[in-house]
Design a protein around this ligand. Structure first.
Ligand SMILES: [Zn+2]
Length: 202
C-alpha cells in the first residue's frame, strides 16, 4: 500500500471505513473509479453531496426524507391510532413494501446495546413516549428485529409506555420471522404475515 500514489491511498482509506468493505475491496473500487468516465464520478459526487444536503430526519418520526415532516407523516389518510416502532429507516421501507400497514412509524435509530455503549437515551425513545401520551394513539406495534437487543429494546419501551398510557395496546411482531433476522432482509410476504400475526406483548 505504501508504494501506491498518495491519491489512491487516500481514497482507499476512506472507502475501507464503509461497512462490509475490507482493504482489498476498497483498493479494487478505487482502481475501478479511476477508470470510469468523468461523468460517472461527477454523478457519484453529486449523489453523495445531495445525501448530506437534501436529506434530514423527520422531527416527528425520525425517518429520513427530503421534507420535514416526512412524506409518511404528512399523509392525512393514514391511521392516527397506530404507530409502528422500528429500528432503522430501512425497516420503514420494508414494511411499506408489504402494503399492509396504514398507520404511522417511529424510527428509534438503533437498539439498546450495552456492548457498544448504546443506552435508551441514545435512541428516540422519549419522543416516542411523548407521541404516545396522546389519547389518539391506541396501538403501538413494536417491530424491532427479533434479536436479543431488539427484544430487550422492545421490553424497555413497553415498560415506559405502560407508565404513560395505561389504555395503550402494545403488540409485538415476530410470527414467522426467524430469530436473529433483520426486518429489512425479510421478504414482503413474510413481513406481512408477521405484522398480521402480531400479538399482545407480555
Ligand atoms: Zn415522519
Amino acid at each position: 500500500m505504501e508504494r501506491l500514489p498518495q491519491t489512491l491511498v487516500q481514497l482507499i482509506r476512506v472507502l475501507e471505513r464503509l461497512p462490509g468493505i475490507g482493504p482489498k475491496t476498497a483498493a479494487r473500487l478505487t482502481f475501478y473509479l479511476f477508470q470510469t468516465p468523468p461523468h460517472f464520478v461527477d454523478e457519484f459526487i453529486k449523489g453523495l453531496r445531495d445525501l448530506k444536503e437534501k436529506l434530514g430526519n423527520c422531527s416527528v418520526c425520525h425517518n429520513i426524507d427530503e421534507t420535514d415532516p416526512c412524506r409518511i407523516c404528512s399523509q392525512a389518510q393514514r391511521d392516527r391510532s397506530l404507530i409502528c416502532v422500528v429500528e432503522r429507516p430501512l425497516d420503514v421501507v420494508a414494511i411499506e413494501a408489504t402494503r399492509s400497514f396504514s398507520g404511522f412509524y417511529h424510527v428509534l435509530g438503533g437498539v439498546i446495546n450495552p456492548l457498544i455503549h448504546v443506552g435508551p437515551d441514545d435512541l428516540q425513545i422519549s419522543s416516542l413516549l411523548k407521541r404516545c401520551s396522546s389519547k389518539e394513539v391506541k396501538e403501538i406495534i413494536l417491530a424491532t428485529n427479533p434479536t436479543m437487543e431488539g427484544e430487550a429494546t422492545a421490553l424497555h419501551i413497553k415498560k415506559g409506555l405502560e407508565k404513560i398510557n395505561k389504555d395503550l395496546k402494545i403488540t409485538r411482531i415476530g410470527h414467522g420471522l426467524p430469530m436473529g433476522a433483520d426486518l429489512d432482509y425479510a421478504d414482503p410476504g413474510t413481513l406481512k404475515e408477521a405484522l398480521k400475526g402480531r400479538q399482545v406483548f407480555s
